[in-house]
Design a protein around this ligand. Structure first.
Ligand SMILES: Nc1ncnc2c1ncn2[C@@H]1O[C@H](COP(=O)(O)OP(=O)(O)OP(=O)(O)O)[C@@H](O)[C@H]1O
Length: 678
């Protein structure tokens, strides 16, 4: 990729961007990207000074639009307040000039003071107006900030929840989500930076206008004074953002470590296995690596500022020398020179503030542009709206020669080929008739869950077709497709809410129906779980929060099944539904699943308990992402069948045969049983 203006490499000569050994040990490689990558991303992010200068007005407009959405009145208050403040400052300077002219004129001091009174009143009045305008602007921007952050965060989240699952699993998109989230928070600061820019710009224009009237040569000198500082600030901001980009993954991993140490889930293992000190040590090492980077950035920034200060000093010297020259040669009167000094000071201050605020704006804009970019990228990844309606009275879903590979991480260093992923499914053709129990079996990693995700419309095949009564799934309205499914996935979510919400969230589109909730709970055996909870349905299932309660894995699973039941969708996908259930509960769940089929429900069952698929109408057996065989339980176990299913089934059956229910453990036990008490 061609880059015209390149960001300064943020790696010191000879330094390798490798982070700490900890990340290699824990995460399998350095999480810090090289300067080469940052350069590459630089072009992608359009981080160069010139490109950024061009983009800045657009980003300001973007923030203004956010502010407009958040609260128009506050936006007007801020805009008008800043304008009035600047104008009153300009009038104030003119009034000061009038005061000085009157006071330094010839004549009796009493008369001179008297003629200066109206101008003095002018100075006071502009001061009061300026202060009032400032107060209005401060309160307006204080009101606007949190609202803008809320609007930006809402927009961010609404875009994120609409993207394909593949986007959420994509490393580059994850990183963008991370920085854009920061951008949403930053938009609040962007408002105050924008306010600061408008305010200082108006003040500067006012002072510059007055100065130009006093003598045109003073203006370029004033500007010259602030050029080095502007350059230094922008240089440092770019270095900081470049470093942020390169170290973002590293910071995320550091946060992951610290969060893992305080979360309730891993807490038991952390204690029993003594993982705490181990992770803490690696957290320290990773933090120290980023501290080195911070120190390097600070040293670079100090050097740049020092150079800038030297040039600023020279420019100031030049300005005051010019002023003295004008005074000595009689080109400028003493009263005018007095105002000029004031104007140089005010203008210089305004310009410094302007530079600082533009710098803040620039710095915040780097992150806000990630937010803007997320809005664009999220649209590209968005689950399409509309499409053909799902066929009425659906009879058959057919996979035709379906091949699917999970997307690879496409965010590698430039020039490095992304690692080729192995297809999770290859040329799979199979039928899923509705109103039946269809089971998928096969060894770990054989592609069962992948099929269920393709079936539910979470992914689209790379090649081949999924047909719903002859209509290609990709053409169907995805919202309608999702509405066909209730899912108990292997890693179903344990919602950190109340027991009621854990079931009711299966149908978030309708108010909670307590009767249906209880029926669903009874169906899944979750009714007994709820009965035992200290506050029944209202118990918070989130240990670590006030009133939070912990339930067992099997109890969670029952709630998960109840949730899918409560959703009451036409097709139920259950992926290892009984892995955490006791034998009796497992038996009950399979019995309930069997009964569901009698009501015309389609059940897609994924399980390793091969005996439990005997009620399935059709069993598909997968191996290494390919369909090996299909048939009923009897067909697959027929002596003529020497297939994978029979092999796996025999293996499982043997476990029970090899461990038969033991008889009495000692001869004495027998004697006791028979009443022989000798
Ligand atoms: N989100 C993902 N991203 C990349 N690869 C994945 C993802 N999910 C699964 N895979 C890979 O796809 C292959 C099939 O996985 P899948 O989860 O479909 O297997 P499975 O038959 O359900 O296994 P198990 O019985 O262990 O649940 C595996 O090689 C797995 O590593």
């Amino acid at each position: 990729m061609k880059t015209t203006k390149r960001m300064r490499a943020t790696t010191a000569p000879g330094e390798k961007a490798e982070g700490s050994p900890s990340e290699k040990l824990l995460f399998g490689g350095p999480l810090v990207y090289s300067a080469k990558w940052a350069d590459y991303r630089n072009a992608y992010f359009e981080m160069s000074l010139w490109a950024m200068a061009l983009r800045l007005p657009r980003l300001v407009a973007f923030t203004a639009r956010l502010a407009w959405r958040a609260e128009r009145r506050a936006l007007w208050t801020v805009g008008i307040g800043e304008l009035v403040r600047g104008v009153s400052q300009a009038i104030g300077l003119i009034a000061i000039n009038a005061v000085l002219t009157a006071v330094l004129a010839n004549g009796a001091i009493g008369h001179r003071m008297q003629s200066a009174v109206p101008a003095m009143i002018g100075v006071a009045a502009t001061g009061i107006v300026g202060a009032l305008a400032n107060a209005a602007s401060t309160s307006g921007s204080g009101r606007l900030g949190p609202k803008v952050e809320r609007v930006a965060t809402e927009m961010y989240l609404s875009h994120v929840i609409d993207v394909e699952l593949a986007a959420v699993e994509d490393a580059a998109f994850q990183r963008l989500m991370d920085s854009a989230q920061y951008g949403a928070q930053t938009s609040r600061r962007m408002v105050s930076a924008c306010t600061g820019v408008i305010g200082s710009l108006v003040s500067f224009v006012a002072a510059a206008g007055v100065l130009t009237v006093l003598h045109p040569a003073l203006l370029p000198l004033l500007v010259l004074m602030t050029v080095p500082r502007s350059w230094a600030s922008l240089q440092n901001s770019r270095a900081k953002y470049g470093s942020y980009l390169r170290w973002m993954e590293h910071s995320r991993a550091g946060r992951l470590l610290s969060q893992t140490l305080v979360r309730t889930g891993p807490a038991p293992e952390i204690r029993v296995h003594g993982v705490g000190p181990f992770l803490l040590e690696h957290f320290r090492q990773m933090s120290q690596a980023s501290e080195i980077e911070q120190a390097r950035l600070a040293a670079d920034a100090a050097r740049v500022r020092l150079v800038a200060s030297a040039f600023t000093g020279l420019a100031a010297l030049l300005t005051y020398a010019a002023l003295a020259g004008l005074l000595v040669t009689g080109v400028m009167a003493l009263s005018v020179a007095g105002t000029a000094v004031l104007a140089v000071r005010t203008g210089g201050q305004s310009l410094s503030t302007l530079v600082l605020q533009v710098n803040n704006l620039y710095e915040e804009a780097c992150y806000v542009q990630d937010l803007e970019r997320l809005f664009v990228d999220a649209k590209q990844w968005a689950i399409p709206d509309g499409g053909r309606p799902v066929p009425d009275k659906l009879e058959l879903i057919r996979f035709e020669n379906v091949t699917f590979t999970y997307p690879a991480d496409n965010d590698d260093e430039p020039g490095k080929e992304p690692e080729a992923e192995r297809p999770a499914l290859t040329g799979v053709s199979l039928d899923i008739p509705t109103g039946k129990i269809i089971a998928f079996v096969g060894e770990n990693g054989s592609g069962k869950t992948t099929i269920s995700k393709l079936l539910a419309g979470l992914y689209q095949p790379d090649s081949g077709r999924i047909l719903w009564d002859g209509v290609t799934a990709g053409e169907l309205d995805r919202a309608q497709v999702f509405a066909q499914f209730a899912m108990v996935s292997q890693d179903f979510h344990r919602w950190p809410f109340t027991a009621r919400m854990n079931v009711a969230i299966g149908r978030p589109d309708r108010p909670t129906d307590q009767r249906a909730l209880e029926q669903a709970a009874a169906h899944a055996g979750a009714d007994t779980v709820v009965e035992e909870l200290p506050h029944g349905w209202d118990t918070l299932l989130n240990k670590g929060y006030k009133g939070g309660h912990q339930i067992s894995g099997g109890q969670w699973q029952r709630l998960g099944i109840a949730r899918a039941r409560y959703r009451s969708a036409p097709i139920l996908i259950v992926d290892e539904p009984t892995s955490a259930l006791d034998a009796r509960a497992e038996q009950d769940v399979f019995e309930q699943i069997r009964k569901l089929a009698d009501t015309g429900q389609t059940v897609v069952l994924i399980t390793h308990r091969l005996a439990s698929v005997k009620y399935a109408d059709l069993i598909h057996v997968l191996e290494h992402g390919e369909l090996r065989e299909s048939g009923t339980f009897e067909e697959l176990l027929a002596p003529s069948s020497a297939g994978v299913f029979r092999e796996l089934y025999e293996m499982q059956a043997r476990q029970y045969q090899e461990a038969p229910v033991p008889g009495p453990r000692r001869p004495a036990d027998d004697a006791v049983k028979n009443g022989d008490q000798r």
